[in-house]
Design a protein around this ligand. Structure first.
Ligand code: KIV
Length: 293
């Protein structure tokens, strides 16, 4: 299975097929999403909220992103793997940004990094790109600025705000980013940005005009039920399925219905006893796998 590369992803700008990106945080999920055909897997700092149960993404560290990156890399055969640069891992200076990005590439098994911000971080993006590390930008609703934005709010609604987001997206593209996430924007603005930059735009809550879409895996599978943003479409109700399966398991453990004979191992002695007790020609009636030794 051939890995999707940065040039291959860039070539899909305007040509299609549209890019399908999802977040992933562990090897098992990554393997399934990869098998389902996801083009890009992002170890997002959303892991703070959906894996660690925090109210924001701010406390997530580079080490945590790298730990999850190594796990996801073991499951992703074809999908391109991106690591999210956590809050304060890149804002201080271009040198600090490059050091964090380098650490993520070396210790997180990533093929690219993503960072939030536009004009204010364009210099940092250029520095990282100059060192040969592909960068994905992220403008519009940037969750690491949740307190400055006064909550997780749609951005770019007024003309002034829309021009600022447009400038951010252009700055990110000019700095050398190979793609940019557009989050929480009016669909018309996201379409205009998509038409104005020569790199793929990947939308989340930004309408259908983008060159691709991204969702948090626990959201699209119906597993993260604390928040239900309007832009999330649930493609499965795994949250309900997990609760129902757990209820059945609890019940069967309590009644003794689980484990059943087919879930039990037999010893050589009990197998021989079962065989000698059986009428000639009858099957041993043995169940489940037997163990050697
Ligand atoms: O952290 C994250 O999961 C993200 C995506 C939702 C784009 O940044």
């Amino acid at each position: 299975m051939q890995k999707l590369t940065v040039p291959a992803l860039r070539a899909r700008k305007g040509q299609g097929p549209k890019l399908a990106m999802l977040t992933a945080y562990d090897a098992t999920m990554a393997r399934l999403l990869d098998e389902g055909g996801a083009d890009i897997l992002l170890v997002g700092d959303s892991l703070g909220m959906v894996v660690q149960g925090l109210p924001t993404t701010l406390p997530v560290t580079v080490e945590e992103i790298c730990y999850h990156g190594r796990a996801v890399a073991r499951g992703a055969r074809r999908a391109h793997l991106v690591g999210d640069m956590p809050f304060m891992s890149f804002q201080l200076s271009s040198e600090a940004a490059l050091a964090s990005a380098g650490k993520m590439m070396k210790e997180g098994s990533f093929e690219a990094v993503k960072l939030e911000g536009g004009v204010a971080v364009a210099e940092h993006i250029a520095r990282i790109v100059a060192a040969g590390i592909p960068v994905m930008g992220h403008v519009g609703l940037t969750p690491q600025s949740v307190h400055a934005m006064g909550g997780f709010r749609v951005q770019g609604k007024t003309d002034d705000a829309a021009s600022r987001v447009m400038m951010d997206a252009k700055a990110v593209a000019e700095a050398g980013a190979y793609a940019v996430v557009l989050e929480g924007l009016p669909a018309t603005l996201a379409q205009r940005i998509t038409d104005s930059v020569d790199i793929p735009t990947i939308g989340i809550g930004a309408g259908p005009g983008c060159d691709g879409q991204v969702l948090v895996c626990y959201d699209f599978l119906g597993m993260f039920r604390e928040l239900a943003p309007k832009f999330v479409k649930r493609y499965a109700e795994l949250g309900d399925a997990v609760v129902a399966a757990t209820q059945r398991y609890v019940e069967e453990v309590r009644t003794g219905a689980f484990p059943a004979p087919e879930h039990c191992f037999t010893s050589a002695r009990s197998k021989a006893e079962a065989a000698s007790a059986a009428p000639a020609g009858a099957s041993s009636g043995g169940y489940g796998p037997t163990e050697d030794g």
